[in-house]
Ligand binder design. Structure first.
Ligand SMILES: Nc1ncnc2c1ncn2[C@@H]1O[C@H](COP(=O)(O)OP(=O)(O)OP(=O)(O)O)[C@@H](O)[C@H]1O
Length: 237
């Protein structure tokens, strides 16, 4: 019998995957990097934030993903207020509800690809779901590498595995910080197409920081971060 795995069921989300309200981040009491930034990332939306080096893209992503606390304003993930949560609750929220893709993959080198993919579910205390992990690995093109260690893989396959890991817990939100920064143009296109397809199929919100206009062009919408403020980038139709 052939078992066909459907896309993972998701409840209809009324709240956006991510809501930033008047988020401000000031370093050292003087250096304001984010200045009252508001942004909604609905489920099923791939949103890019572009900006020059040092404009605050990583700061924005870190505040959005509960890795850092804003100085002011509010962050909500799937209608859960993140701002003001204690570290233990924020860790639980990150493990269960947020997926991460970094420029340098950040796979655990001593674990196999399969163990890396299983890690988010394990950390979130969820039951192991081998059918889901197998489906995820096939969908992201890393099934043939499951027994290998990340260091044995080409860069593009490492990033595919990192994308798989980011979606493993069926998160509300995926954040990607320069996910193509270590890849050549063809590899970057491959990874971006994969991320876009997974957002379209599985409907988390995805917030990507990038300095690369070609990467941003794969998003549903793009914003520029300048002087601490976000402005929509209009694209030609
Ligand atoms: N922990 C910190 N303490 C003090 N200043 C910081 C800290 N983190 C970042 N900054 C400063 O905030 C500004 C924005 O940094 P951030 O890394 O968010 O920008 P970015 O757009 O992601 O840059 P890049 O593209 O070069 O990674 C920079 O001037 C940086 O030096």
């Amino acid at each position: 019998m052939t078992v066909i795995l459907a896309a993972p069921p998701r409840p209809v989300a009324l709240a956006p995957a991510l809501a930033l309200r008047e988020v401000t981040k000031t370093y050292d009491g003087a250096h304001t990097v984010l200045d009252r930034v508001s942004l909604d990332v609905p489920g099923g939306a791939f949103i890019a934030v572009m900006g020059a080096p040092g404009s605050g893209k990583s700061t924005l992503v870190h505040c959005a993903a509960a890795l850092d606390d804003p100085t002011g304003g509010e962050v909500r993930i799937a209608d859960r207020r993140v701002t003001g949560l204690g570290e233990a609750k924020r860790t639980l929220l990150r493990q269960g509800r947020i997926g991460f893709v970094f420029q340098s993959y950040n796979l655990l080198p001593s674990l196999t690809v399969e163990e890396n993919l299983a890690m988010p579910l394990r950390l979130a205390g969820a039951a192991e779901d081998r059918d889901w992990l197998r489906h995820l690995a096939e969908r992201t093109g890393v099934a043939r590498f499951l027994r290998r260690r990340p260091g044995d893989l080409a860069a593009v396959h490492q990033q595919r595995a990192a994308v798989a890991r980011a979606f493993a817990s069926r998160p509300d939100l995926v954040v990607a910080d320069e996910p193509t920064g270590a890849l050549d143009a063809d590899e970057a296109a491959e990874v971006l197409d994969l991320m876009r397809a997974l957002v379209d199929e599985w409907a988390p919100g995805l917030l990507m920081a990038t300095g690369d206009p070609a990467a941003a062009s794969r998003a549903h919408a793009t914003f520029a971060l300048e002087g601490g403020r976000l402005r929509p980038v209009l694209t030609a139709v």
